[in-house]
Design a protein around this ligand. Sequence first.
Ligand code: AMP
Ligand code: GLY
Length: 313
Amino acid sequence: TPVDIKAIDAEGMVAFAKKEGIDFAVVTPDDPLVLGMADAMEEAGVPAFGPSKKAAQIEGSKVFAKNLMKKYGIPTAKYEVFDDPGKVVEYIERENCFPAVIKADGLALGKGVVIAKNLEEAKGAVHSIMEDKIFGKSGNQVVVEEFLTGKEVSVLAFTDSHTVSPMVSSMDHKRAYDGDRGPNTGGMGAYSPVPFISEDERRFALDNIMKKTAAAMVLEGLPFTGVLYGGLMKTRDGIKVIEFNARFGDPETEVVLPRLKSDIVDIFCAVAAGADTRLEWHDFATLGVVLASKGYPGSYEKGYEITGTEQVD
Ligand code: AMP
Ligand code: GLY
């Protein structure tokens, strides 16, 4: 039943859950998690699936995530953190490191990463993120990162903070337009599984990235429960982390969950209770394509009806 409560309205959501006698909540989007929706549910006596506000920082703050990876030796791109726009531009100019990867610290509707080809683009990005504050407080700090090349793979895993159960791999396609010629988006489509990850690489990602990160969060006193999403890249120097999310990825979920044989409600409850989860998967492959309104990811008209899908085989 769709209800008229904003996704970020924790108070409204809790009041609804209490009124309706909801006995289990699954908190999935980034903003509510980072604002503490899972904590609010738990505090109100409604068991919830999803990380606490503190644990969701792994997605909510790029600075937090990068510092965590550095501290625990989790492979990721080299980086510097800045809170002064002048210093960022000075640094990029001095290092002459193009393309320059500039990331707003906080959540930015999946648009907080700019890959600047030259100084002019870098200056523009720094100006809009840190001075015009197009993403608000999310732009108080930025991370400037080494540009990595390689194929990307998304690894989602259920975790109760101690046990990490990986889902099948998938690959998101970030850029708009055919031939990857458009701007970066939240994702234009995905498929599962990815064919280019060997068993050794899969093992490496599980042990040295996903499990190590879950263990690091426990050591930091911020145990992470829910879905830990590793956005990874297979570079010439091995697999590295591009980003972590604190939730299922979109559009990855649309290709991963159809392959899940196990009952997802059982998994949610087991994760929330810290019990064992056993995941069973279908062998088939899945493919998902995103239909976006013209103009996406910039401004675009909403509310179009999608027709013709019945003609797709
Ligand atoms: P993120 O929101 O951090 O996942 O970044 C969005 C997209 O930007 C990623 O999926 C990559 O395609 C690209 N990207 C982010 N960081 C880097 C990097 N260090 N090197 C190359 N591409 C990157
Ligand atoms: N597909 C990337 C994300 O969900 O952030």
